[in-house]
Ligand binder design. Structure first.
Ligand code: BV8
Ligand code: ZN
Length: 246
């Protein structure tokens, strides 16, 4: 990535009125939180999740039905990892500019802890459990000492993380807020995502259809780059502070 690309990206950020940062697991990789697929640069702690667990199997109602203990163990491990992590310069850059709406696929709370004011978590959050049977019970989780598999106190169901699993629909109100932000932005920063998971990845198309400039920030070329006006290859923690005021 060259200086002129960085200068062009900086100019796009400066000129933009409404910015959406659409982020994935790569945003939290430099905090040591494991990604799902892409190789990461950091310690084993952030080795891709799939090396030890299969997210496509475990992050699903079927996985929870057939192996609830392993699913509960996987989430407890991820909650402890997030609790031990700290926001990195990429989170702080995206939190520092009031024009940025953070539409994130990530279920960690690092953008919140970096002070971001407007966050839309399209795939939910690790910081809460909810009733899997759907009675409406929802409760915050102690991320430092996460619970194991447990029953719902309100009905015969079990509690599960308040995230969206594969095969589950995204919460309609959250999805609508994400679509509205992406349809109204004039710049979308696509940060640390392989853009393989739908309907979330479709938000990039919504932003481009609305006339937004698309700037991809990723350690690997070619992810969402097919749709990019500009592709900045490198770690988000190094790039984002240089193109925002963060
Ligand atoms: C839905 C929460 C429909 C859980 C997640 C069969 C049945 C049903 C649905 C489907 C099906 N087949 C396909 C589908 C659709 C499916 C889907 O898209 N599958 C994919 C795999 C093809 N989608 C769904 O199921 C969605 N629901 O479609 O419902 C429906 C309709 C009606 C009725 C019923 C159902 C729900 C999908 C949500 C899944 N939940 N997370 C949890 O976290 O435990 S997805 C999870 O994976 C993340 O949230 C994230 O979205 C995704 C991971 O993607 P990324 O974030 O991009 O991470 P990844 O590791 O892939 O990439 C990291 C990137 O960062 C890489 O590019 C790397 O190069 C880069 N990087 C690394 N380090 C850095 C970096 N970049 C910058 N700096 C660095 N330092
Ligand atoms: Zn219940």
């Amino acid at each position: 990535m060259n200086e002129s690309d960085l200068a062009r990206a900086r100019a796009l950020v400066t000129e933009a009125a409404r910015i959406v940062a659409f982020s994935g697991a790569g945003l939290s990789a430099e905090s040591g939180v494991a990604t799902f697929r892409g190789a990461t640069r950091d310690s084993d702690a952030s080795a891709p999740l799939w090396t030890r667990f299969d997210p496509a199997r475990l992050a699903s109602p079927e996985g929870f039905a057939t192996d609830p203990e392993t699913v509960a163990e996987w989430y407890a491990e991820r909650r402890r990892s997030v609790q031990a992590a700290r926001p990195n310069p990429a989170h702080r850059a995206l939190a520092s500019d009031g024009r940025i709406v953070n539409v994130t696929q990530n279920v960690d709370d690092l953008l919140h802890r970096a002070g971001a004011s407007h966050i839309v978590q399209v795939h939910g959050t690790l910081t809460f459990d909810r009733c899997h049977r759907g009675c409406g019970y929802r409760t915050p989780v102690d991320m430092a000492d996460p619970p194991g598999l447990r029953r719902c106190p309100q009905c015969p169901g079990r509690l599960r993380p308040d995230v969206v699993w594969f095969g589950e629909t995204l919460p309609p109100d959250v999805w609508e807020e994400a679509v509205d932000a992406c349809a109204a932005c004039d710049l979308m920063l696509v940060v640390g995502t392989s853009a393989e998971v739908y309907p979330a990845a479709g938000l990039i198309d919504i932003a481009r259809a609305a006339g937004a400039a698309i700037v991809v920030v990723n350690t690997e070329a070619g992810g969402a780059a097919g749709t990019a006006d500009l592709e900045l290859i490198g770690p988000a923690g190094e790039i984002l502070p240089t193109i925002t005021d963060g």
